[in-house]
Write a protein that binds this ligand. Structure first.
Ligand code: RFL
Ligand code: PHB
Length: 409
C-alpha cells in the first residue's frame, strides 16, 4: 500500500450508488453484513437522472425486504394492464387477468433512489460520494481492495467481496481481463427523446405506440406528472425539439382518443437516450461481481433495465447471506449462471418488443428488404395481439419472470 493511502475496511465494497448499489447495500445491512459504497458523483446528481418508471413485483418485494417501502406503497400506483397501439388501434394487455393476478407498480426510479438513500443514511451506513480514480485491485485474491480518491485524500478499502454496481460506463466490467469476458452488443439505429411534465397523464395506463411516423410511449409518474417518449433519429439534437414540436409529433403517434385527452405543458426535463442491447459474460471474476447496468443493457421498450438490476441484486444478496451466515463460500459460483439466465430472457423480450414497435426504415440495408421486414414485424405483433395465448406471452414477461433459487453447493 502506498504511504499516502489511508486504510479502510468492510465486508462488501460496493461501487456505484445507483439503484443496484443502494438496494444491495440495504439488503446486506438487514442481514448484518457490513458494506461501504463508493460513488463517482454527488447524491443530487444521481437523483437528477430521469429514468425508469415501471417496477415488477419482484422489485417491489425486495424494496419491502430492504425496509425502504413506506413511500412507494403510499404513493406508487399499481397498474393492472397497459395498451399497445398498432397504427392508432389500441389493444389492452390485461396483466392481472392474463397472469393470474400479477401487476406492476408505477413509481419513478428517482423516488426509489431517494427512498433508499434516506434509508441508508438513517442506518448510518457509509457512502463516499464524489470519489475519483476508483480502482478495484487484487479481485482474484482473498483480499480484494478498492483504491479511490476523495477530497484530495487517497484511500484503500479492503474487503471480502466487491459488487460492481457502477453502470454501463463504470470501471468494474473493465477490471475483468478482455480475454476472460465476452461481450454481446446491438446498438439500435435510433434514440428515445423523453419529456417530463407536470401535466396529468393522457390515460390511466401506459400506451406503447407502433406508428408509421415512429414509436411513441405515453408513460407517467403520478396523477399529475407525465413522461412521454418519441423515437427520433440518432442524429437529432435535443435543442431541435421545442416543447411545441414534441407535443405536435406525439399527438400524431398516439391513438386518437388519447391524443384528444392529451394535456400539454412546459417540459421539466428533455433528453435523448440511445438504445442498446448488451450483455457481458461472465458476471463474476474472482471476488468481483457485476450487477445491473454494469453487466447488461436493454432497450427501455420492455421496462426491464431496472428490474433486471433488481434480480441480480436478489441473487447476489442471497448468495452473500449464505456465505456469511453458513460459511458456504463455494456458492458464489452460482451467481453468474443464475443471473445470466434471467438476463438473456429479458434481453430477448426487450429486443422483441423493440423490433415489433419501432420504425427501422432508416437502418442500412441488410439481407432483407426493409419494407418486407417491417411487414413481417407488423404481422407478428398483430398475430400476438389477436390471440389470448399471444397476449399471455407478452403479459407474463412484462410482469417479470420468477427469481431462481440458489442451489446448495
Ligand atoms: P446506474 O443507475 O447507471 O448507476 C450506476 C452508478 O454508478 C456510478 N458510477 C461510478 N461510481 C464509482 N466509480 C466509478 N468509476 C463509477 N462509474 C459510474 C454512477 O454515477 C451511478 O450512480 O446503474 P444501476 O444501479 O445498475 O441501475 C440501472 C438502471 O438505472 C437502469 O437499468 C434503468 O434506468 C433502465 N430503464 C428502465 N428500467 C426499468 O426497469 N423500467 C423502465 O421503465 C426503464 N425505463 C430506463 C428507462 C433507462 C432509460 N435511460 C435513460 C437509459 C428509461 C430510460 C430513458
Ligand atoms: C418510463 O416511465 O420512463 C418508462 C416506462 C416504461 C418503459 C420505459 C420507460 O418501457
Amino acid at each position: 500500500m502506498s504511504n499516502a493511502a489511508q486504510a479502510l475496511k468492510t465486508q462488501v465494497a460496493i461501487i456505484g450508488a445507483g439503484p443496484s448499489g443502494l438496494l444491495l447495500g440495504q439488503l446486506l445491512h438487514k442481514q448484518g453484513i457490513d458494506n461501504v459504497i463508493i460513488e463517482r458523483v454527488s447524491g443530487e446528481y444521481v437523483l437528477g437522472r430521469i429514468r425508469a418508471g415501471i417496477l415488477e413485483q419482484g422489485f417491489t418485494d425486495l424494496v419491502r425486504e430492504a425496509g425502504a417501502n413506506a413511500r412507494m406503497d403510499a404513493e406508487g400506483h399499481p397498474h393492472d394492464g397497459f395498451g399497445l397501439s398498432l397504427n392508432g388501434e389500441k389493444v389492452r394487455i390485461d396483466l392481472k387477468t392474463l397472469t393470474g393476478g400479477k401487476t406492476v407498480m408505477c413509481y419513478g426510479q428517482t423516488e426509489i433512489t431517494r427512498d433508499m438513500m434516506e434509508a441508508r443514511e438513517a442506518a448510518g451506513l457509509t457512502t463516499w460520494y464524489e470519489s475519483s480514480d476508483v480502482q478495484p485491485l487484487d479481485v482474484e485474491s482473498d483480499t480484494p481492495k478498492i483504491r479511490f480518491t476523495n477530497n484530495g485524500q487517497t484511500y484503500e478499502l479492503s474487503c471480502d467481496y466487491i459488487a460492481g454496481c457502477d453502470g454501463f460506463h463504470g470501471v468494474s466490467r473493465k477490471t475483468i481481463p478482455a480475454e476472460k469476458r465476452k461481450e454481446f452488443e446491438r446498438v439500435y439505429p435510433f434514440g428515445w427523446l423523453g419529456l417530463l411534465s407536470d401535466t396529468p397523464p393522457c390515460d390511466d395506463e401506459l400506451i406503447y405506440c407502433q406508428h408509421e411516423r415512429g414509436f411513441a410511449l405515453a408513460s407517467q409518474r403520478s396523477l399529475t406528472r407525465s413522461r412521454y417518449y418519441l423515437q427520433v433519429p440518432l442524429t437529432d439534437n435535443v435543442e431541435e425539439w421545442t416543447d411545441e414540436r414534441f407535443w405536435d409529433e406525439l399527438k400524431k403517434r398516439l391513438p386518437a382518443d388519447a391524443a384528444e385527452r392529451l394535456i400539454t405543458g412546459p417540459s421539466l426535463e428533455k433528453s435523448i437516450a440511445p438504445l442498446r442491447s448488451f450483455v457481458c459474460e461472465p458476471m463474476q471474476f474472482g471476488n468481483l461481481f457485476l450487477v445491473g447496468d454494469a453487466a447488461h443493457i436493454v432497450p427501455p421498450t420492455g421496462a426491464k433495465g431496472l428490474n433486471l438490476a433488481a434480480s441480480d441484486v436478489a441473487t447476489l444478496y442471497k448468495i452473500l447471506t449464505r456465505v456469511y451466515q453458513q460459511g458456504d463460500k463455494a456458492c458464489i459460483q452460482h451467481y453468474s449462471p443464475i443471473a445470466l439466465r434471467r438476463v438473456w430472457n429479458a434481453e430477448r423480450f426487450s429486443w422483441w418488443m423493440s423490433n415489433m414497435l419501432h420504425d427501422f426504415s432508416d437502418e442500412a440495408e441488410g439481407a432483407m428488404d426493409k419494407a418486407m421486414q417491417q411487414r413481417f414485424m407488423q404481422s407478428e405483433l398483430s398475430y400476438y395481439l389477436q390471440s389470448e395465448a399471444g397476449r399471455k406471452v407478452i403479459a407474463e414477461q412484462y410482469v417479470g419472470l420468477p427469481y431462481e433459487d440458489i442451489p446448495q453447493s
